[in-house]
Design a protein around this ligand. Structure first.
Ligand SMILES: Nc1nc2c(ncn2[C@@H]2O[C@H](COP(=O)(O)OP(=O)(O)O)[C@@H](O)[C@H]2O)c(=O)[nH]1
Ligand SMILES: [Mg+2]
Length: 201
């Protein structure tokens, strides 16, 4: 059997650094694949299962990973855990909502090494305003995008099929791949790995 080249046990991810904003990121060389989505949608969990060992910080409390976290696979090949967005009940949170949205937009628009974007959506939720913004920016900037419809294990087979079809109807651009996904049940994982390997190659 052919061994998976990018992700395998002898080649674990290495935590590189946490950056509060774009200006604090490491030198912009090589290739990066970034994970984005609302707080608690499962970004860090996906990075963890790509690595087999827990490396990205996962949390039950929404809005915890307020940094751009970078992990290195090989020299010049990185995975990026972007800060989550959403959750803006109080005025203070509303202010920080715009702050984090700006950080994410700037990263997506100006990071040269960004070669592909993984947008996570919770299967039980509809697309929110900032999800649409990310889709639009990635199309405009010609950054390859894959959408993970995550946590499909949370719904019955029929309900998840219904929800997934809804997403397919809304996102009718053929250039965007949609993958029904579950970190818990490892559904969609091989498809995602192949796409990321292609982007980083
Ligand atoms: N049932 C289920 N729970 C998940 C899945 N992915 C993540 N979670 C849970 O969702 C919560 C938030 O996950 P996390 O990866 O920290 O989300 P992040 O804020 O986007 O990084 C954690 O309690 C995870 O265990 C999944 O595919 N299925
Ligand atoms: Mg996280």
């Amino acid at each position: 059997m052919k061994k998976n080249k990018t992700f395998n046990d002898s080649n674990p991810l290495r935590f590189l650094t946490s950056a509060p904003d774009r200006s604090s990121l490491p030198f912009d060389y090589g290739k990066e694949v970034a994970f984005t989505g609302r707080s608690n949608v499962g970004k860090s969990s996906v990075i963890n299962i790509l690595n087999k060992k827990k490396i990205a910080l996962t949390s039950k409390i929404p809005g915890r990973t307020k940094f751009i976290n970078l992990f290195e696979i090989q020299d010049g090949k990185r995975l990026v855990d972007l800060p989550g967005y959403g959750y803006s009940k109080t005025l203070e949170n509303k202010k920080s909502k715009f702050y984090w949205e700006k950080i994410i937009k700037e990263y997506i628009c100006y990071r040269n090494s960004l070669k592909g974007l993984v947008l996570l959506i919770d299967i039980r939720q509809l697309l929110k305003d900032f999800d649409y913004q990310i889709i639009k920016i990635s199309i405009y900037k010609k950054i390859p995008l894959v959408i993970l419809i995550n946590k499909i294990d949370k719904l019955s087979y029929n309900s998840s099929k219904y929800q997934i079809n809804k997403f397919y109807n809304i996102i009718s651009t053929s250039s965007i791949q949609i993958i029904p996904f579950s970190s818990l049940k490892k559904i969609g994982l091989n498809r995602l790995k192949k796409i990321i390997e292609y982007w980083l190659s």
